[in-house]
Design a protein around this ligand. Structure first.
Ligand SMILES: CC(C)(COP(=O)(O)OP(=O)(O)OC[C@H]1O[C@@H](n2cnc3c(N)ncnc32)[C@H](O)[C@@H]1OP(=O)(O)O)[C@@H](O)C(=O)NCCC(=O)NCCS
Length: 149
């Protein structure tokens, strides 16, 4: 892994099995994979691929809901590859894509007990804007986080 590099490309249908594995590990009990499956060909959707093995190590899905605001819908790194800088690579790529458009801010929701993700987003200047009471299907609360580009 250390001598290898990460490439980012558009998702393909053949990637779904690996995406399902990542969703089941990263979001156990959630319907993340159903959402991820339904958004192929619909939203901006990229996978990070380890260049030697060609295995998918993470992915991002985002939508654009107003001319100036993007919404990160799912962002995940394979559990075996977390804390190696891959999240940052995917985030930098995602923000670069957004900056080539009229988008000026990006928003996302995160469960309030998802400390790794909150720390990750805070490190890259996402700010907590509000608490979302019983936002998730399991009635857990979330935070709305926003970054100005
Ligand atoms: C959040 C997530 C995408 C981060 O991806 P990653 O590849 O592990 O992140 P990186 O290695 O690029 O980390 C960059 C920085 O984020 C912060 N960070 C990442 N994981 C962290 C953790 N578990 N605890 C505390 N800080 C963390 C650190 O500041 C880290 O820098 P450092 O390693 O030099 O200290 C990953 O943990 C993940 O996929 N989690 C499960 C899915 C999820 O929760 N997605 C977000 C839902 S909104």
């Amino acid at each position: 892994m250390s001598s290898s590099t990460i490439e980012i490309r558009k998702v393909m249908k053949k990637d779904l099995k690996e995406i399902q594995f990542i969703c089941e590990k990263c979001f156990p009990g959630d319907d993340a994979f159903e959402l991820a499956e339904s958004l192929i060909g619909v939203e901006h959707y990229y996978v990070a691929v380890e260049s030697t093995s060609k295995l998918i190590v993470g992915f991002v899905i985002f939508g654009i809901y107003s001319i100036e605001t993007a919404h990160i819908m799912i962002f995940a790194v394979h559990p075996n590859h977390q804390r190696k800088g891959i999240g940052l690579i995917i985030l930098v790529f995602t923000l670069d894509v957004m900056r080539k458009s009229p988008i000026v801010r990006v928003r996302l929701e995160v469960k309030i007990d998802n400390v790794p993700a909150i720390q990750f987003y805070k490190k890259y200047d996402f700010k907590i804007k509000s608490k979302l009471k019983e936002y998730y299907d399991d009635l857990s609360d979330g935070y709305l986080m926003v970054k100005e580009l």
